[in-house]
Design a protein around this ligand. Structure first.
Ligand code: GLN
Length: 447
């Protein structure tokens, strides 16, 4: 039925880049047979899922929505795929995204833009726009995205679904095509908080193939998820509802704060002064790391290979000129500039210092408060084409999501109302490192 639903309307929504119909139906039939024999093993037995197209799936196309990887079939599964597959889900396909996860609207996909199921004139957000749109459209109950500077939470906010960026190191990045390795995390997108907690339980933990992921960290988020919120202390930074944030978004956050108070929590206004430098620090660091990570796409080992070059250097140039889209090139140029002699101290080192200052300010708040709340995005979803020529404006819109990546802290976006135009607004809950359980508890009661 879901494959039929996808066929009926995903031509408009554009959430899938590849629909795994043949293999998916085969798998579903196998699971039906197991069910008939009463052998329903696995927490996700028969549950359909979608996966962002920058997560490696063995023998299933993984393109990163780029011409560079148009024909790339990984020879191995990402650690998160191993963990999911042990629970017997049904793989429905690979999801549309901004090329190499660079962007915030899924308009940077090489293949096609995705649209917001709430209003097909609007963007679904990005870069995990296909994943969020597919959950919102009812094609899959859950999907995985990746979040380097907001790419799980922002599309979740725009599409009215629930999206988690876990603590850095909670989930293995092995098999996630690297964008900015010190910021990237894979996270679940679902229709409700409980499902989200369940999926994160399943994908958490390391198989030892990602040295920055933590093995053996407690990940039992469902236990006590409905606990009473009395005594919980919540901080609302004034920078998160101040200048540059739409009035209706700030109003929605204030209403949400009242809901938390009615549930027994206390909410106090606080300040995170370095918030305003977050976007600058993020774009310098993310682009620097991207320029190094994307050096592997050289037209020799794998991926797109340009024809007709006479020399090795010409081959690199032609391959990378033809294989990458303009936003990806912009990031590589910015990154190599920032890392070059003479600019390194002035830009890269300063960005790293800002990162530490921001972490210090947020850690300080967590010595007193359980959670920080605010909007996920400054506005609700905008129209397709409205910002596609204005990269800087798109970068600025990331002001509320990048702090969690820069500091490695977990953050969840949940729906908190609709704008005047009937487009979803997201509320963001940020926790201290490895405090996902508190976030899920508060979000579950709020929902
Ligand atoms: N919008 C941000 C960027 O373009 C975030 C992307 C992401 O989290 N992958 O870099």
């Amino acid at each position: 039925a879901l494959f039929e639903r996808i066929e009926a309307s995903d031509e408009t929504i554009g959430s899938f880049l590849f629909v795994n119909k043949e293999e998916g139906l085969k798998r579903a039939e196998e699971l039906d047979r197991l069910q008939a024999e009463d052998r329903m093993d696995g927490a996700l037995f028969g549950i359909p899922m979608g996966i962002k197209d920058n997560i490696c799936t063995k023998d299933i196309l993984t393109t990163c929505a780029s011409r560079m990887l148009e024909d790339f079939n990984p020879v191995y599964d990402a650690t998160v795929m191993d963990k999911l597959n042990e629970e017997n889900p049904v793989m429905m396909g690979k999801q549309n995204m901004d090329e190499f996860a660079m962007g915030g609207s899924t308009e940077n996909s090489y293949f096609k833009p995705a649209r917001n199921p709430w209003d097909t004139k609007a963007v679904p957000g990005g870069s995990s726009g296909g994943s969020a749109a597919a959950v919102a459209a009812g094609y899959v109950p859950f999907s995985l995205g990746s979040d380097t500077g907001g790419s799980v939470r922002q599309p979740s906010a725009f599409c009215g679904v629930v999206g988690m960026k876990p603590t850095y190191g909670r989930v293995s990045r092995y098999g996630l095509v690297a964008f900015a390795s010190s910021l990237d995390q894979i996270g679940p997108i679902t229709r409700n908080v409980r499902d989200n907690a369940k999926i994160l339980e399943i994908i958490s933990g390391s198989h030892g193939k990602d040295s920055t992921s933590m093995p053996g960290v407690e990940a039992e988020f469902l236990e006590g998820i409905d606990r009473d919120l009395s005594g919980m202390k919540i901080a609302l930074p004034k920078e998160f509802i101040g200048e540059g944030i739409d009035d209706e978004v700030s109003a929605s956050v204030r209403r949400s704060a009242e809901i938390f108070e009615s549930l027994g929590a206390t909410v106090e206004e606080v300040s995170i002064p370095h918030t305003k430098y977050g976007v600058s620090a993020y774009y310098l660091i993310a682009s620097s790391e991207a320029s190094a990570n994307l050096a592997r796409f050289d037209g020799i080992r794998y991926g797109y290979k340009a024809e007709g070059a006479q020399t090795l250097e010409e081959h690199y140039k032609k391959t990378r000129s033809e294989g990458f889209g303009s936003e990806v090139k912009r990031r590589i140029l910015l990154g190599t500039f920032v890392l070059s002699a003479g600019h390194y101290d002035q830009h890269y080192i300063r960005a790293q210092k800002l990162r530490s200052l921001l972490e210090g300010e947020m850690k300080q708040l967590f010595s007193e408060y359980d959670l920080i709340i605010g909007p996920t995005t400054p506005t609700a979803a905008y129209d397709i084409g409205e910002k596609s020529d204005d990269s800087l404006q798109m970068y600025k819109d990331d002001i509320l999501t990048v702090p969690a990546n820069l500091t490695g802290m977990p953050a969840l976006s949940i729906p908190s109302g609709l704008s005047r135009d009937g487009r979803p607004i997201g509320l963001q809950l940020i926790g201290n490192h490895f405090d996902e359980k508190k976030i899920y508890n508060a979000a579950f009661k709020f929902e």
